[in-house]
Write a protein that binds this ligand. Structure first.
Ligand code: FMN
Ligand SMILES: CCCCCCC(=O)C(=O)O
Length: 388
């Protein structure tokens, strides 16, 4: 048995003293509870997706179409979930996905998430659009805690370089470059409420604190130039004219591993390998960008097949349970990024809420694996799955 499954026992033992977990252990229940504590705008922002939200639903349906076939009598007494992903040692194949503007969910925002990740030894991927700066989040995360940085590649190349240098100096070891959100998609829940956190000054901490950004807006951001600074942010946030050739620039300015997030097509995965990228993250941004896009899990096997072992394949979009993690790993992902469930944990319980989510999903993964005859993530293969 491992520390992860011990978590399950510790809950049962608390029951002897009539203590119950303060949050549900079925993580699919968190969204409904979070709706009760968040403003309608914040809840719409996190729970909403693009258009009719068909892709968000497809992400979940794709998991339901695969079923695990348990196997027994395989000596699963000793289980080890640890993995090495792009040079980072991890206790399990689960990272915290980049989620921007976290202070709309909890006053401590990314600081609470970073403390939770640091306490659990789980790698946090910090968004460029965070509500606390690169440096503040690193401090909350703690010395030696594993952390990666996610880049929204701005039009201003000097600003991009400044972000990369700040991230490197603050101990972020790998770079995630998100391809699918150079502009916001059509998101009806936000449009109907005329709500965008950035225009209210949330999610711009890294920009407003950056010397290159400040120079571009004529000095530090104050009440006097705040509106102009926000307009500059809007104009510079993303760059739709980027091409594969531009990746050379990133390679030249980041000496650690780089993973491209948002890859869905096998040819794009091959191009990532050709461009010297170390990893790809199969993701459709949780259905928040292209409504009607292929379910992320359905795109995974084609990408795995395309890159073979020339790059590390990670996965997100739709992960809600430990069994979902097992399915994504069985279909070839090296690790997964957990997203909305931890945002709901943050909303419901701050740092403790995020830790609860991490402990539950890791314990559930370990138990699912053991009860399926598997002791290590790399033993998961399509052989444990059938089509429903
Ligand atoms: C509220 C919210 C904010 C997000 N912000 C970012 C971000 O700043 N950068 C990024 O690469 N992805 C961002 N994402 C996308 C997640 O990293 C992830 O790809 C997606 O949420 C996965 O779908 P799931 O939450 O349904 O599993 C965001 C997602 C949500 C829900
Ligand atoms: C202007 C686009 C900002 C998006 C940042 C957050 C995000 O990725 C999301 O899905 O929301």
């Amino acid at each position: 048995m491992s520390a992860l499954a011990d978590f399950q026992n510790s809950i049962y033992l608390q029951g002897l003293g009539d203590v119950r977990p303060s949050l549900p252990t079925d993580l699919t229940r968190l969204e409904g509870l979070a709706e009760g504590v968040l403003s309608a705008q914040a809840f719409g922002y996190v729970a909403g997706s693009a258009g009719s939200e068909a892709t968000a639903r497809a992400n979940r349906d794709a998991f339901d179409r695969w079923r695990i076939v348990p196997r027994f009598l395989r000596d699963v007494a000793h289980r080890d979930l640890s993995v090495d992903v792009l040079g980072t040692a991890m206790p399990s194949p689960i990272l915290l996905a980049p989620i921007g503007v976290q202070s709309i969910f909890h006053p401590d925002g990314e600081l609470a998430t970073a403390r939770a990740a640091g306490a659990e030894g789980v790698t946090m991927v910090l968004s460029t659009a965070s509500s606390h700066s690169i440096e503040e989040v690193a401090e909350a995360n703690g010395d030696g805690a594993p952390r990666w940085y996610q880049l929204y590649w701005p039009k201003d190349r000097d600003l991009a370089v400044s972000f990369l240098e700040r991230a490197k100096a603050a101990g972020y070891t790998a770079l995630v470059v998100t391809l699918d959100t150079f502009t916001l998609a059509w998101r009806p829940r936000d449009l109907d409420q005329a709500y965008l956190p950035f225009l209210r000054g949330i999610g711009v901490a890294n920009y407003f604190s950056d010397p290159v950004f400040q120079k571009a807006v004529g000095g530090p951001v104050t009440d006097a130039n705040r509106d102009a600074a926000l307009l500059h942010w809007v104009a510079n946030f993303g760059n739709p004219s980027l091409t594969w050739d531009d990746l050379v620039f990133l390679r030249d300015h980041w000496d650690g591993p780089i993973a491209l997030k948002g890859v869905q097509h096998p040819d794009d995965a091959r191009r990532a390998v050709d461009a010297g990228m170390d990893g790809v993250i199969v993701s459709n941004h949780g259905g928040r960008q292209v409504d009607g896009a292929v379910a992320s899990l359905d795109a995974l096997p084609g990408v795995v097949d395309a890159v073979r072992d020339q790059a590390t394949v990670l996965f997100d979009s739709g992960i809600r349970t430990g069994s979902d993690v097992a399915k994504a790993l069985a279909l070839g992902a090296k690790a997964v990024l957990l997203a909305r469930p931890y945002a709901y944990g943050l909303a419901l319980g701050g740092q403790a809420g995020v830790q609860h989510v991490l402990r539950c999903i890791q314990a559930e993964l370990e138990l699912t694996m053991a009860l399926s005859g598997v002791t290590r993530p790399d033993e998961l293969s399509p052989e444990i799955l059938v089509r429903a």
